[in-house]
Design a protein around this ligand. Structure first.
Ligand code: ADP
Ligand code: MG
Length: 716
């Protein structure tokens, strides 16, 4: 079978799949089951711990977690026993510490509960020690040079604030213990520890500010709701595309005659096969306690979204990893390939992860909710001003936090936030902020100022006034901010940790001003005044904004290497050290790991594109050329000319890639990354353009790679 006819077979496969559905869930009486009845059935959550632990142990556990202290051994032993019994009842045979290495995904090593008693008879055993800590042989994870080989082993430690759960295997279950991954001297080798530390510093500072504002709150939690965008294509197509297989995106492919120009997909009716996929994904996520809330078609053909209800930032980060993993595995069962890449297809929208973010008191009050009385209004303004100040002062760090090879293809492109961090507030709030900056209410008592400014009217107005501007990377949406620049395949942990750290700095500055004698409104005014340049409500995609942003002195890093450069600064080191989120070495390791990842991604894409050119595109062109040998007539002659020209362009571009790759020089990860970005990436783009031109003239039956129109539109 020729490769081109493999494409025909794929059409057959993709169009003749049957829809996979689950049996309808019913309760004991045979009535349709309600999600609320089975939600979190596989989670060892607080309620379940309370039922299964002696009351004094449960109380000590709650206190320890609330205070952020280490668990002592007797408590850990009791919890280990209870969770083991529960897991065994549920059919689990193994447990694993599940962690988030700096690769951005997750890692796990399974251990059996199986042990033996004094008589050598088999038993199931799980102790507090085994729960709290394990030592995986994890020396191959990236550490950014932090670990020397003689102490290469790291250990994982349970994060007791994220509940344990059962992972389903084909024939068994595994107890999963959400964990942090640390080196021998306690240095963080993962995404989790910095996130937890950032939540801690934000809580401390915010709680202090709440006290200064006269509304004390013991603990503040960063809340996050990440909306996840994704593409699906039939597996039959993906299997025939080496680029999708190894790079997660298409590195060549001529645009389909129809892309998203008719805008007929967005919020359209969900294709049945995809709906079946979503239903099964949700079914699994509900059991895991993930609050999957909304599902809809996104803008590009084949693009969809899943949004959860918000929760504590660290739990949201764990849940988002579960969402990505569940999407992948369920898609496979439905004959789909799940594409979480930021830009799987050129010419149509890419995918992001809109990280909705706010801060909440332990009694559930949202600090970014304008509130119902002057005191709440004042608190709202103070935290809003602190957020703006933090984002303004550390917009470089925030830009760096979302930098990746994949996101480079998305930022600034169709419907994607630009590579400059700015904040959208909406008309009404902008008027309020401007009013404060200009001193309009400077001499009024806070209560009177709130009335004068109309803050109390904000909740009603915010609902329809905000969230209109899709071009802003960081937008206020009524009672939270939406950090839209995060990439769809990325872990939300690092961007969230950076945001928490940045806002902590803003909050601490407000505290210093107030403690130094400013009244609250004066401190708010200073913060709003200083951060004025970061506020921008206009069109973030326009060329004028780039010029204007540079005039305002906002960092504009157009690509990953220059964005990562913003992590390697004194300002960044000071922020992370002062907040305790990352030590100097830990920060440097993130910088190194991210640069290295970028370099590897460029190398992979360059290799796969060259392979596609040499083993697919050129053979197709040769076949086309051969077919025209000896053919006569004006059509054939003009076609031969076109094929020859396309071939010549292609070869030149192919050689240019070799030359660019060979020309790499310079020492160190940053030098290589900068070189790749300036020389190799553009050469790959030129080669891709030559391939796409060839695709447009080679006879369809001689083109072996699935085409955009098939991958985007022929999915059963
Ligand atoms: P919108 O349609 O304006 O984006 P939604 O209410 O649909 O607003 O929320 C979108 C996402 O934002 C959801 O994931 C939601 O859970 C999350 N979200 C809502 N409130 C908060 C909050 N206080 N903190 C963090 N995330 C939030
Ligand atoms: Mg939204």
């Amino acid at each position: 079978m020729s490769e081109a006819s493999a494409r025909r077979v794929a059409i057959q496969t993709a169009t003749s799949r049957t829809v996979r559905s689950l049996p309808r869930q019913v309760d004991a009486e045979g009535r349709p089951a309600r999600v609320s009845q089975t939600f979190a059935s596989r989670v060892f959550h607080g309620e379940r711990m309370k039922q299964r632990l002696p009351p004094e142990i449960f109380a000590r556990w709650s206190e320890t977690v609330e205070a952020g202290h280490r668990l002592d051994r007797p408590v850990a032993d009791a919890i280990a026993h209870a969770v083991k019994e529960w897991a065994l009842e549920q059919g689990a045979s193994h447990f694993c510490h599940w962690f988030h290495p700096m690769t951005g995904s997750t890692a796990e090593k399974h251990d059996s509960f199986l042990w033996f008693d004094n008589n050598g008879r088999p038993i199931e055993k799980f102790t507090g020690g085994m729960l709290l800590q394990s030592e995986p042989d994890a020396s191959s994870f990236p550490s950014g040079g932090m670990r020397s080989t003689f102490e290469a082993r790291g250990y994982t430690a349970w994060d007791p604030t994220s509940p344990m759960f059962l992972m389903e295997g084909p024939s068994g279950r595994t107890l999963v213990i959400p964990s942090a991954f640390l080196g021998y001297h306690g240095e963080s080798l993962d995404e989790k520890a910095p996130l937890l530390r950032s939540m801690e510093c934000l809580s401390k500072a915010s709680s202090k500010l709440c006290t200064l504002l006269g509304k004390p709150a013991a603990r503040i939690t960063a809340t996050v709701g990440p909306e996840q965008e994704y593409f699906v294509v039939d597996k039959a197509w993906a299997a025939l595309r080496p680029d999708l297989t190894v790079a997660g995106r298409t590195v060549l492919g001529a645009s389909a005659p129809k892309g998203q120009s008719l805008e007929d997909h967005y919020f359209g009716s969900i294709p049945t096969r995809v709906l079946a996929l979503m239903e099964e994904v949700e079914f699994e996520l509900y059991a895991l306690g993930v609050w999957a809330k909304t599902r809809h078609n996104e803008v590009a053909p084949g693009q969809f979204e899943l949004a959860p209800v918000f929760t504590e930032a660290n739990v949201a980060a764990d849940h988002n990893q579960l969402v990505m993993r569940t999407l992948r595995s369920v898609a496979d069962r439905h004959g789909f390939a799940m594409l979480l890449h930021e830009k799987p297809f050129a010419g149509v929208n890419g995918s992001g992860k809109h990280v909705n973010w706010s801060m909440q008191t332990s009694s559930g009050e949202n600090l970014l909710d304008p509130g119902h009385n002057p005191a709440e209004n004042l608190r709202f303004l103070a935290f809003l001003a602190a957020t703006l100040l933090g984002v303004y002062r550390h917009s470089g760090v925030l830009r760096a936090s979302i930098a990746s090879h994949g996101n480079d293809f998305r930022l600034g492109a169709n419907e994607a936030p630009p590579a400059i961090i700015s904040v959208f507030l909406g008309d009404f709030l902008t008027k309020i902020a401007d009013g404060i900056v200009s001193g309009q209410v400077a001499n009024l008592a806070p209560g009177q100022a709130m009335i004068e400014l109309g803050v109390s009217r904000l909740p009603a107005i915010a609902q329809d006034n905000t969230d209109r501007n899709r071009t802003s990377p960081f937008a206020f949406t009524g009672n939270k901010f939406e950090f839209r620049a995060v990439g769809s395949s990325a872990s939300i942990s690092f961007p969230t940790a950076c945001l928490n750290a940045a806002v902590t700095d803003g909050v601490e500055q407000l505290i210093r001003w107030i403690e130094g004698g400013d009244d609250v409104m004066t401190a708010v005014r200073r913060a709003l005044t200083e951060s004025t340049p970061v506020r921008f409500d206009g069109n973030g995609y326009s060329a004028e904004w780039v010029v204007e942003a540079e005039r305002r002195g906002l960092p504009h890093a157009r690509n990953t290497p220059s964005a990562l450069g913003l992590l390697n600064t004194e300002a960044a080191r000071t922020l992370f050290e002062r907040t305790g989120v990352l030590s100097k070495d830990e920060l440097h390791s993130r910088y190194d790991v991210r640069l290295e990842l970028y370099n590897k991604k460029v190398e992979i894409e360059s290799d796969v594109l060259k392979e596609l050119v040499d083993t697919y595109v050129i053979p197709s062109l040769i076949a086309e050329e051969q077919a025209l040998v000896g053919a006569s007539g004006t059509l054939a002659a003009s076609r031969s000319g076109a094929v020859a020209a396309a071939g010549a362009d292609l070869l030149a571009a192919r050689n240019a890639v070799d030359a660019a790759v060979a020309g790499a020089s310079g020492e160190g990860l940053m030098a290589v990354a900068s070189y790749y970005c300036a020389s190799v990436v553009p050469a790959l783009q030129t080669l891709r353009n030559a391939c796409d031109a060839a695709e447009r003239i080679v006879a369809d039956h001689r083109w072996s790679l699935p085409k955009y129109r098939e991958m985007l539109f022929v999915n059963g």
